[in-house]
Design a protein around this ligand. Structure first.
Ligand code: FAD
Length: 375
C-alpha cells in the first residue's frame, strides 16, 4: 500500500474532521475505519453544542469548548459548501428549566458560575421561558438561557464531513481494521491495517471507544465505553425551537421535525442494548420537562458508546513516540469539540506549535499518573 503524510485510525466525526482539515492544508491523508465510517458514537449523539461544564471536574474543558463553539459557524459553512450537504445547524441558544423549590438560589449559582468561566447565561422567569418555548411545563420555577449555544444534526454532519474530506483528497478505507501502530525503532512509522503495513510520517489514533484495542495505543488512550440510550420523537402539534434541558433529560429539535431525547450514562462494556429501564428514565424526565410530548410518536430508539478516559477529559496531542498523536476521549462533547480538535492536530503537524494550551489533555498524562501512583 502507498505511503501517506498522515494515517488516521477511525472515521468518526473526530477522525473525519482531522482528515478534512489536514487535506485542506495540503497533506496526503488516509482515513481507516473497520466498519462503515460515521456509524459509531458520532452517529448516536444528540448534537448539542454546549461548552458549559456538567460538573466541577469538567471545568478544564471549558476553554476548549468555547474555542470550538466559536469555530462552528465557519466549520459548518465550509463543510456544507465542500460537501454540498446540509448539516442541520441551529444557533438558537439553549434553555435549561429549573424545577426545584430552591430554583432561584440554583439560578444565581449557575449564572455566577457561567459568567466566571466567560460563558454567556441569562436568568429567565418561568413565564418568559414558557413564552419562548410553549412546550415547556408550566410547573418550572425558573430557567437559564444560554444564547451562544447551538445544536447540529450530528448524523448529517458526520456524513457531510466524510464527503467533504473525500472531495478534498482524503483516501477513505472502509472495512479496514487497524490492528496496531507500526514502530520503526524509536518512531511511529504508520499503522498495521488488515495485516498490511501502511507507512506515514504522522499517525493519529481517533478510534473512539475502541482506541485502547489498537496495539501500542492503550497506554496513551486508556478509553472505556460509556453507553447512552436515546429516543427520537415526532410531535405534529408541538414545536420546540431550542435545546431544552432539565437535570435529568435534554430535548434536541431537528430541522426535519424530530425531537431527540436522551440520555443515560451506563458503564456496561461494549453492549448497546436499548432497555426498558433506560427508556423509562428518558421518557419520564422528558414528560416532566414538556408534558405535551405525551401525544408524540416514538420513532426510533438506539444506544451509542461515548469514548471516556479515566479522568473524563479528552485526550489530544502528541505522544513520546515520534510521529504518533492521539485524538479521542471526547466523552459527552465530541460533536462540540471536533473543530478545535482538528485545528490543534493540524497546527501541531504543520507547525509543531498550537494556539491553545492543551497540556491538560496530553496523552502522556496516564503514564505520569501511573508513575505518581507507584512512587
Ligand atoms: C448517546 C450519546 C449522546 C451524545 N451527545 C452528544 C452531544 O449532544 N454533544 C456532543 O458534543 N457529543 C455528544 N456525544 C459524544 C460524541 O458522540 C462523541 O464524543 C464523539 O462522537 C466521538 O467521536 P469519535 O470520532 O471519537 O468516535 P466514533 O464516532 O465512535 O468513531 C470512531 C470510529 O473508529 C472506528 N474504529 C474503532 N476501532 C477501529 C479500528 N481498530 N480500526 C479502524 N477503525 C476503528 C469505529 O468504527 C468508528 O467509526 C454523545 C454520545 C452518545 C453516545
Amino acid at each position: 500500500m502507498k505511503a501517506f503524510d498522515v494515517a488516521i485510525a477511525g472515521g468518526g466525526l473526530i477522525g473525519a474532521t482531522i482528515a478534512f482539515e489536514l487535506a485542506r492544508a495540503g497533506l496526503d491523508v488516509a482515513l481507516f475505519d473497520r466498519q462503515q465510517p460515521g456509524e459509531g458514537s458520532s452517529w448516536a449523539a444528540a448534537g448539542i453544542l454546549s461548552p458549559a461544564p456538567e460538573n466541577a471536574g469538567m471545568i478544564s474543558t471549558v476553554p476548549l469548548g468555547r474555542a470550538s463553539l466559536q469555530l462552528y459557524p465557519e466549520f459548518v459553512a465550509t463543510v456544507e459548501e465542500v460537501s454540498d450537504q446540509s448539516v442541520g445547524y441551529r444557533a438558537r441558544g439553549t434553555l435549561e428549566a429549573l424545577f426545584s423549590t430552591d430554583a432561584q438560589e440554583k439560578l444565581s449559582t449557575i449564572i455566577a458560575l457561567h459568567h466566571g468561566l466567560g460563558l454567556k447565561a441569562e436568568p429567565v422567569s418561568a413565564d418568559d421561558a414558557c413564552e419562548m418555548e410553549p412546550a415547556l411545563s408550566p410547573e418550572l420555577e425558573a430557567a437559564v438561557f444560554r444564547p451562544d449555544e447551538a445544536c447540529v444534526d450530528n448524523r448529517a454532519l458526520t456524513k457531510a464531513v466524510l464527503a467533504a474530506a473525500e472531495r478534498s483528497g482524503v483516501k477513505l478505507f472502509a472495512g479496514s481494521n487497524v490492528q496496531s501502530i507500526a514502530e520503526d525503532g524509536v518512531r511511529c512509522a504508520g499503522l498495521m491495517v488488515n495485516g498490511e503495513k501502511v507507512e506515514s510520517r504522522w499517525t493519529v489514533i481517533a478510534a473512539g471507544c475502541c482506541s485502547a484495542e489498537i496495539e501500542g495505543a492503550a497506554d496513551y488512550a486508556p478509553i472505556r465505553p460509556a453507553k447512552g440510550q436515546m429516543i427520537a420523537l415526532r410531535a405534529t402539534d408541538l414545536s420546540i425551537q431550542r435545546v431544552l434541558w432539565s437535570d435529568h433529560v435534554y430535548l434536541v429539535p431537528r430541522n426535519d421535525g424530530r425531537i431527540i431525547a436522551g440520555a443515560t450514562v451506563e458503564y456496561v462494556g461494549f453492549e448497546k442494548n436499548v432497555t426498558v429501564g433506560g427508556l423509562q428514565k428518558i421518557i419520564t424526565a422528558a414528560l416532566q420537562l414538556a408534558p405535551a410530548l405525551a401525544d408524540a410518536q416514538l420513532e426510533e430508539t438506539w444506544a451509542g458508546l461515548r469514548p471516556d478516559a479515566p479522568d473524563h477529559l479528552p485526550i489530544i496531542g502528541p505522544t513520546d513516540l515520534d510521529g504518533l498523536l492521539i485524538a479521542t476521549g471526547h466523552f459527552r462533547s465530541g460533536i462540540l469539540l471536533a473543530p478545535i480538535t482538528a485545528q490543534l492536530i493540524r497546527e501541531w503537524i504543520t507547525m509543531q506549535n498550537v494556539s491553545l494550551d492543551w497540556a491538560r489533555f496530553s496523552p502522556m498524562r496516564f503514564g505520569e499518573m501511573a508513575r505518581a501512583t507507584n512512587s
